[in-house]
Design a protein around this ligand. Sequence first.
Ligand SMILES: [Zn+2]
Length: 293
Amino acid sequence: MTLGRVAIALVALAPSIAPAHAAQPGAMVIRKASFGHVEVAATAVETALREGRAAQAAARDVLLLPHVRFGITARSHGKARWVSIASNGSPIYSWAFENTAPGGRPVPPSHALRHEIGHDLFIRHLVPSSREGQYGGDAPDWLDEMAAIAFEGTDVTAMRRREAARLARSGSLIPMDRFLTMVHPELTESPASAVASDGPAYRIRLAASSDTPRFYAMTRAFYDYLVARTGSPAVVAKLADAFRRGERLDAWVLARSGQRNGSASLGALDADLRSWIQSDARYAVATGSPNGG
Ligand SMILES: [Zn+2]
């Protein structure tokens, strides 16, 4: 845990390195919000409030963090780190709402903000990182990613379900024995691009591996499946608890996925997930989409 504390301490130094007022003094609007505050251009206020409220609701429902507080601020060009820490200890997320970046580097759309907040809150409160060179925290990469994907909105979720339904139809879902142990495709394929270039604390990731959409679709489907089997969107928080207790997560999942008899295996879990996808109405709609192929 020592290294994890060092990493968090480095993030905490960010405000002194990149003062918030570097971003266009005078052009920013400050609004209080149920989750904390936003400090962004007038044109971005509604977007920032909407994304912040969605992240707050997901923190409560998915991560069991009902009292989490944070700020959202406009990111000045290439200067501010993704996360800084306010004097009250709350994280402040710095986002390029205007969708421009120096050097032509693509910037994720604003709806990716809540996904990235999910990553940060999971690592900050549930399973921190004690080592360098890993995708998220010490949790398996699929669980790090599941926390973030569970924060996403309806449009992205529908897109991921379409992809998962297509993969299930063609028998191309990632097999569970690989999925539960694999390194995030963004880290294996292209470590240099896994983290944007302007500092280790700026953790916005851009898809670089062809395996990435498949990994995300599988993560979405597995999350929906586990919610259905456990009856709770907080299955992410419960998996994090099990991980912290040192339990094997494959055994934890098998014990809760209907594989309760002596023949429980990851192969049986693959088959159960596939048939669940084919029986779930949200995926059935996606399967019928003319654009699904
Ligand atoms: Zn992610």
